[in-house]
Design a protein around this ligand. Structure first.
Ligand SMILES: [Zn+2]
Ligand SMILES: [Zn+2]
Length: 346
């Protein structure tokens, strides 16, 4: 198969020929039809993820068709159109048995713990637990864009943020995660304040339904600006970027008893941001992490897509080839652009 491979962190990835994978007894091999390019891939390539063993094939936002299934797989057949969450569960640990595969104690993460989907084929473990069937009318590029950022945002806004109609939701960072969160929060009947440094991304945020926007370069105090716009602070606030400043602004713009959800990764020398715990106690703020979404919660998200209240296709930016994915990956920190970049030609 053709695959994008890197031998050292930060060194240029190469397009290479590798042996085709064979399925684990409990797993499947998927022919990749679309795979998203994500900031997490860039973090992995930079060496920020301790799970990655070299040499490595990145890619975790995938959709495709099953071409081989192991003998223990009962729910899936060759030819099925599927996607996977970016955190796959083992199916047997305490967290998986209580339905929380997204925090499995023995996670399988394509593109991190194992080789990923910047390739013709990808091997996925524990298929019966982890695969999600695609509706026939959902195209592969849109499906691939669900796996990481959209699903993560769905869990952050719906399950972890417990957002309800009439509430104010602040979204810090309008990349793939943030724009997804805006669309999902608006679909729930909440009002959104979007914060970013780019007027282009803020315009997209407004087009997706944000009621107000804050250009973080144009105001002296982002948190105070959000508090003013929301008449006393957001009920729910999401750090969709992952930076000590956006984390602090997200906690700082909450009203009393507000809920902060941390989605953006804080890695390297940013891994331990300062948290104003005195405010957290005095105002009874909630701080929650959000880590992907388990396969069995996709049904709720796919139902909202089917009825048209969510339109993830609007977040797909450009489609590229596997050859072009190398350039897209290594420049991810500099040119995120607007919308999700998806590889659709292998
Ligand atoms: Zn598990
Ligand atoms: Zn991702």
């Amino acid at each position: 198969m053709r695959a994008v491979l890197y031998d050292a962190f930060g060194a240029p990835p190469r397009l290479v020929q590798l042996p085709d994978p064979t399925p684990e007894p409990h797993g499947v091999v998927i022919e990749v039809r679309a795979t998203g390019v994500c900031r997490s891939d860039w973090h992995g390539w930079m060496g920020h993820d301790p799970d990655i063993r070299l040499p490595h094939v990145p890619g975790h936002e995938l959709a495709g068709v099953i071409v081989a299934a192991g003998r223990e797989v009962t729910r899936w057949r060759v030819g099925d159109r599927v996607t996977v969450p970016f955190v796959c569960g083992c199916g047997t640990c305490h967290e998986c048995r209580t339905g929380n595969h997204q925090v499995c104690e023995a996670q399988f993460q394509p593109g991190f713990t194992h080789w990923g989907s910047f390739a013709t084929f990808v091997s996925i473990h524990r298929a019966d637990v982890n695969l999600v069937r695609l509706p026939d009318d959902l195209d592969f590029a849109t499906a691939a864009s669900l796996g990481c950022r959209f699903a993560t945002s769905f869990r952050a806004v719906v399950d972890q943020g417990r957002t309800s109609a009439g509430e104010w939701v602040a979204v810090h960072g309008c990349g793939g995660v943030g724009l997804s969160a805006i669309q999902i929060a608006c679909a729930l009947g909440a009002s959104v304040v979007a914060v970013d440094l780019s007027e282009e991304r803020l315009a997209l945020a407004r087009a997706l339904g944000a009621a107000a926007t804050v250009d973080a370069r144009a105001v002296p105090d982002v948190a105070a600006a959000v508090v003013a716009l929301t008449g006393g602070g957001a009920h729910v606030s999401i750090d969709a970027l992952g930076h000590p400043t956006t984390c602090a602004n997200s906690i700082g713009n909450l009203r009393r008893r507000g809920r902060h959800v941390q989605v953006g990764l804080l890695l390297g020398d940013q891994a331990t941001p300062a948290i104003p715990m005195a405010r957290v106690i005095a105002w009874e703020l909630e701080l929650r992490g959000s880590h992907g979404m388990q396969a069995h919660r996709y049904d709720a998200m796919l139902a909202m897509i089917r009825t048209g209240s969510l339109a993830p296709a609007r977040l797909v930016g450009r489609t590229i080839t596997l050859d072009q994915s190398i350039e897209a990956l290594v420049t991810m920190d500099r040119f995120e652009g607007s919308g999700v970049t998806v590889v659709t030609a292998f």
